[in-house]
Write a protein that binds this ligand. Structure first.
Ligand code: C5P
Length: 408
């Protein structure tokens, strides 16, 4: 398989330095990247940096190597064009079809998917001109990622920050895997739990697990990209908030239960990707448990945590609410998965094999999606966003309105 050809357009904002990280992610994962910085972008990051990181000269001039017709060829030959950061000016030019430099020419000639990752001050982002330009680009099929909220250049904070490079990269990888993205979850509210709960023993110790939260975050980000309203209940994760997602942070299984039940009251689908501790210490020591010479430590007595997945499956907050669970198995994956699906009473169970470096903390995952209707879909090892999309495909295939579903 030939390496996917990516054009990384960089327009003139300070966030251009973050595009270096995005470029590194592309090249390290086997993509061929042609960087096309605008003249303004070169004020922030110079040609040498782009050339060193991409392994080829940056393309900056319409009038260089004219015999190779660069203003047409670069766009025509790309599998994906991503512009990060996309300034208000660049979005305006793209929306109106201007072609006064190599990047805008490339955008006009590209027939592949195009992703824009905007970055600008809040006032510029919220200006009706920019909003109309974004709407125009989206209507034409371009993917415009919502900017993140946070610190901007200077002392300002607000919406307009470039989304995390990891997030832009994940969105691009999805586009390359799926061709284009649809808003097929528009109008739906979904709840995703992610991460791993921690059950405290004393103020400094807890019982925890190895879940990084990456799969749950991939589910939240992909659902938002497909138009859903997303509530992400995150337990002890160190990942940046996905743009456009409501994040509720929790620590223990009981806190996670409260947050999920509250959000589920209005949700069309609940996906329980969190690794929830089955047990918690029966007692919490308010002071640090001390070791005493010559005295054996007291055994830790555990009590059961409620099974949230079984609970929300048995007692649906809304008629027709779809409930998806996860099962990490080390052996007899399919048989154990089917038994768990029946035991939990959910509609879909995502079964993956863990152990020996598989799944936990990794960027890839393979799984079997077992449906209560008997369906079985195998997802080959790949990026966690690809598995997330496959899960949302199953959700999207079931009508949001329960009346439609029973009629079908
Ligand atoms: O029983 P097991 O822990 O293997 O089940 C995993 C699935 O059940 C996951 O979807 C997890 O989020 C959910 N779960 C839960 N409450 C628990 C334990 C697991 O909701 N106490």
């Amino acid at each position: 398989m030939t390496a996917p050809r990516v054009v990384l357009g960089v327009s003139g904002g300070i966030a251009a330095y973050k595009a270096c990280e995005l470029l590194r992610r592309f090249t390290e994962s086997g993509h061929q990247v042609q960087v096309v910085p605008t003249a303004a972008a070169l004020h922030f990051v110079g040609e040498a940096t782009w050339a060193a990181l991409s392994g080829r000269p940056a393309a900056t001039e319409t009038w260089e190597r004219v015999h190779e017709v660069p203003h047409v060829r670069i766009g025509q030959q790309a599998d994906l064009v991503v512009v990060a950061p996309a300034t208000a000016d660049l979005l305006a030019k793209a929306a109106h079809g201007l072609a006064d430099d190599l990047l805008t020419n490339t955008l006009l000639t590209a027939r592949c998917p195009v992703v824009f990752a905007p970055a600008m001050h809040t006032e510029m982002w919220e200006h009706p001109a920019t909003q109309e330009n974004v709407a125009t680009l989206r209507r034409r099929g371009a993917i415009v990622i919502e900017p993140a909220v946070g610190r901007l250049t200077g002392v300002d904070t607000g919406k307009g920050r470039l989304p995390d490079p990891a997030e832009i990269f994940a969105a691009c990888r999805r586009v390359l895997a799926r061709g284009s993205l649809t808003q097929d979850l528009a109008g739906r509210h979904v709840v995703v739990s992610a991460g791993g709960t921690r059950e405290p023993l004393d103020p400094v110790r807890f019982l925890g697990n190895r879940s990084s939260g990456k799969q749950g975050y991939a589910l939240a980000a992909t659902a938002a990209a497909r138009g859903a309203r997303v509530t992400l209940v995150a337990a002890n994760t160190a990942l940046p908030d996905p743009a456009g997602v409501d994040v509720v942070r929790v620590g223990t299984a009981l806190q996670l239960r409260d947050a999920v039940l509250k959000a589920a009251a209005e949700a069309d689908a609940v996906v329980m990707a969190a690794a929830v501790a089955d047990f918690r210490p029966a007692e919490y020591a308010t002071g640090k448990i001390k070791k005493v010479d010559g005295v054996e430590p007291a055994p830790i007595v555990l009590v059961r945590n409620p099974d949230i997945l079984a609970e929300i499956s048995a007692d649906r907050a809304r008629p027709g609410q779809l409930v998806v669970g996860f099962a990490a198995e080390t052996d007899d994956v399919l048989a154990n998965g089917r038994a768990k699906l029946a035991r939990k009473g959910c509609d879909l169970l995502v079964v993956n094999e863990v152990g020996d470096g598989k799944a936990f903390g990794q960027d890839t995952n393979s799984a079997v999606l077992l449906g209560a209707d008997g369906s079985e879909v195998h997802i080959a090892d790949g990026p966690k966003e690809v598995l997330a999309d496959a899960i949302w495909d199953q959700v999207a295939a079931r009508p949001a309105d329960p009346a439609d579903r029973s009629a079908g």
